[in-house]
Design a protein around this ligand. Structure first.
Ligand code: MD6
Ligand code: FE
Length: 216
């Protein structure tokens, strides 16, 4: 598919990535500063940390969470927890501005009634990357995932439901929101190593928020 064919001619801001997956270009721009300010408060309570994979590798992306549930990884595997294993406190609450953005983006992508209860926060410094993976720790895969990009641009890899299928490369920029569900919910995806740069809001990094309905 040519890149130009991805764009809906009715709305040039909307790109269909695949069945069930929609990219809403710049959708979060009007609220980006508010999101960033809320993030600052969250990360003071639940600091970013480099988790380990089950295989024992330190992840290059630094992570934290807010909401009822937080995604964690360690030598025993991947799961959602109600407590931050580092502080032993509940994860900070999901700010209203996060939930509202996710609900509006989901509805714009055709997933009305999305009520997130978990938000994974990813911070990429230059060189950080996320290898191809599926998001499959959520109990009900009928709910979509809403992914918000802030700061430096990145290249998103997006494949099929088997690891062997070829991937497309999609640039994700500050303010872009991807909504991901239906036939794409178990698609393999990843992020290529972040390039050096500086962004007026975030400085030398990219921040990604993925809002989910993790459990219940
Ligand atoms: C990122 N995102 O963009 C990593 N997962 O930094 C993800 O892994 C992701 O963007 C599921 C759905 C959307 C995503
Ligand atoms: Fe993911």
């Amino acid at each position: 598919m040519r890149t130009a064919d991805l764009f809906d001619t009715e709305d040039p801001q909307r790109a269909a990535l695949a069945a069930g997956a929609v990219l809403l270009r710049g959708f979060a721009l009007p609220v980006a500063q508010g999101l960033h300010a809320a993030l600052h408060a969250i990360l003071a309570q639940a600091p970013l940390r480099h988790m380990c994979t089950r295989g024992g590798f330190r992840m290059s992306v630094a992570m934290s969470n807010c909401g009822e549930w937080g995604w964690v990884s360690d030598r025993t595997g991947y799961r959602y927890t109600g407590l931050d294993p580092q502080t032993r406190h509940p994860w900070p609450g999901l700010p209203a501005c996060f939930a509202e953005l996710a609900q509006h983006a989901a509805a714009a992508a055709g997933y009305a009634g999305f009520e997130p209860n978990a938000c994974l926060i990813n911070r990429y410094a230059p060189g950080a990357r996320l290898t191809l993976h599926q998001d499959r720790n959520e109990s009900d895969l009928a709910h979509p995932i809403v992914s918000v990009s802030l700061g430096l641009p990145a290249v998103f890899q997006f494949g099929g439901t088997s690891r062997a299928q070829r991937t497309q490369r999609i640039p994700l920029r500050h303010g872009d929101v991807a909504v991901w569900g239906g036939a794409s919910r178990l698609a393999y995806h990843g992020v290529l190593p972040l390039k050096d740069g500086a962004h007026p809001l975030t400085g030398p990094c990219r921040l990604n928020l993925t809002l989910r309905r993790a459990c219940g």
